[in-house]
Write a protein that binds this ligand. Structure first.
Ligand SMILES: Nc1ncnc2c1ncn2[C@@H]1O[C@H](COP(=O)(O)OP(=O)(O)OP(=O)(O)O)[C@@H](O)[C@H]1O
Ligand SMILES: [Mg+2]
Length: 451
């Protein structure tokens, strides 16, 4: 590693040479200036990690120097040295944005430690900025991370269609970011200032879903004590997100199709249809075409919704996005917890990149969040969930099996972990689905951790 440059500004010759000696012995490349004026000449010529300056100097003093340095480089890190008797000026310096101060006479170790901290801070700063720049690439899409070709294609479509009124169908496994994309479409459209409303079509019984969507009049049925507008009309001017559209009961599918064709809804108990203006975005983790084949989803509705189709690829098919996503989630957790940021060890990153992520980005997010909380200064492999951690060693084997045929054992392992993920790690339920004893499941899981 090349040496870090430190600039020392001090008008007393003896002090200057003491500092030079001390810092050189500590491994820094030291540059000295005998006045603030000459420091200003030297500063722009070198990439200084830290500038250490005396406050009281003939001519321009350290505080003014600080101002001038910041004007050249707003992120310049400056440590001031001040006589014990004039701590007040140190405080003034802190107000002006000095990074730290030491009082003279100083303890060598103390000064060195402060310089070290300052350099570390500066590096974090830089890293952070680099990470932010990555995020900014898609800043218009708020928090959507990803640079893989597959995701770039999705971004391309989203940009093109955001400002149109066409219906969009978003397909993708659970946790691939369907709702996030739906929001991105809305917030990048002219409808952004109007409501974005979401409804999970699988979460409500048919009758409730019907009045939720289409509204009802007072007295339309027992319990309908006031008029209800319904989501189509409440989303007026905005976007209505129909999540889990594959779960919508067939009778409601007929009503939905009519609403989409006519741009109007008839609330329950009303006789006259009412116009609405909301853009419809639907999402499903089912294969809707297959549902159509099986007569569980109306073909005409499918085509009506599927004017634009967006398919979100599973995370395991765009592994190149994993490092950026993982860093993003670590960063987000730090922010949420008001905790210092943490890096992810190369080992942990390897395991993350190699894992199958059947729960996709949501599962990755949870894993990183958990690891953040369990880890020390750095997110290491030990803090990852065991089933992710094993991928560290299974690395080579997994890579190989991706292209060739996996062994029976590997297939079983993947299947078991997939089921386990799908039931939120509930082992009893997983054992039931797999048709094996709970003890057998435990035994197998234990084996996987030992691989
Ligand atoms: N590209 C991405 N960048 C950053 N975060 C993402 C990205 N994609 C998804 N996420 C995050 O992952 C989580 C799951 O995303 P979302 O809820 O949109 O998935 P979904 O496909 O709707 O899942 P489900 O089918 O289970 O409802 C959210 O917390 C979301 O913010
Ligand atoms: Mg969702």
């Amino acid at each position: 590693m090349s040496k870090q440059n430190v600039l020392v500004v001090e008008d007393e010759e003896l002090m200057r040479s003491i500092l030079r000696q001390l810092l050189e012995n500590a491994g820094y490349e030291v540059f000295t200036a005998d006045s603030a004026e000459s420091a200003l000449e030297i500063f722009p010529t070198g990439d200084f990690a830290v500038t250490v300056t005396d406050i009281k100097m003939a001519g321009m003093d350290g505080l003014e120097l600080l101002d001038r340095l910041k004007a050249v480089d707003s992120e310049a890190i400056v440590i001031v040295m001040t006589a014990y008797s004039s701590v007040d000026s140190a405080i003034a310096a802190l107000r002006k944005g000095v990074y730290d101060y030491v009082t003279k006479p100083f303890v060598n170790e103390d000064l060195l430690q402060r310089i070290k901290n300052a350099i570390l801070t500066k590096e974090l700063f830089k890293e952070n900025r680099a990470l932010r720049r990555e995020l900014d690439k898609h800043y218009s899409f708020a928090e959507i991370i990803g640079t893989s070709r597959l995701l770039e294609e999705v971004f391309g479509i989203v940009k093109k269609i955001a400002d149109t009124n066409v219906s969009v169908l978003i397909q993708g496994e659970s946790g691939t970011g369907k709702e996030l994309i739906a929001r991105a479409i809305h917030f990048n459209s002219r409808r952004a200032a109007k409501p974005f409303l979401a409804v999970n079509c699988g979460a409500l019984p048919e009758s409730l879903l019907e009045s939720e969507l289409f509204g009802h009049t007072k007295g339309a049925f027992t319990g309908a004590i006031v008029d209800k507008k319904g989501l189509f009309r409440s989303a007026e001017g905005g976007t209505l997100f129909l999540d889990e559209i594959g779960e919508m009961p067939l009778p409601l599918q007929v009503k939905l199709l009519r609403a989409l064709q006519e741009h109007e809804v008839t609330p329950l108990g009303a006789s006259i249809p009412i116009k609405f203006d909301a853009r419809i975005i639907a999402a499903t983790n089912k294969n809707l075409e297959a549902e159509v084949e099986e007569n569980r989803f109306r073909e005409d509705l499918f085509y009506r919704l599927n004017v634009i189709e967006i398919s979100l690829p599973p995370l395991r098919e765009r592994r190149e996005d994993i490092p950026l996503l993982a860093k993003h989630f670590a960063f987000k957790t730090a922010r949420a917890q008001n905790a210092p940021e943490k890096t992810i060890s190369p080992e942990a990153m390897t395991a993350l990149v190699n894992y199958q992520w059947f729960g996709n980005i949501r599962e990755l997010e949870n894993a990183v969040e958990r690891a953040f909380i369990l880890s020390g200064d750095e997110i290491d492999a030990e803090s990852l969930p065991p089933k992710v951690r094993v991928n560290l060693r299974a690395n080579v084997e997994m890579r190989d099996t991706e292209n060739s045929r996996p062994t029976l054992e590997e297939t079983e392992r993947r299947y078991i972990l997939e089921i386990l993920t799908s039931v939120g790690e509930d082992k009893t339920q997983a054992a039931n689905i797999l048709g094996i004893d709970l003890s057998t499941l435990y035994r197998k899981l234990k084996r996987y951790e030992e691989i």
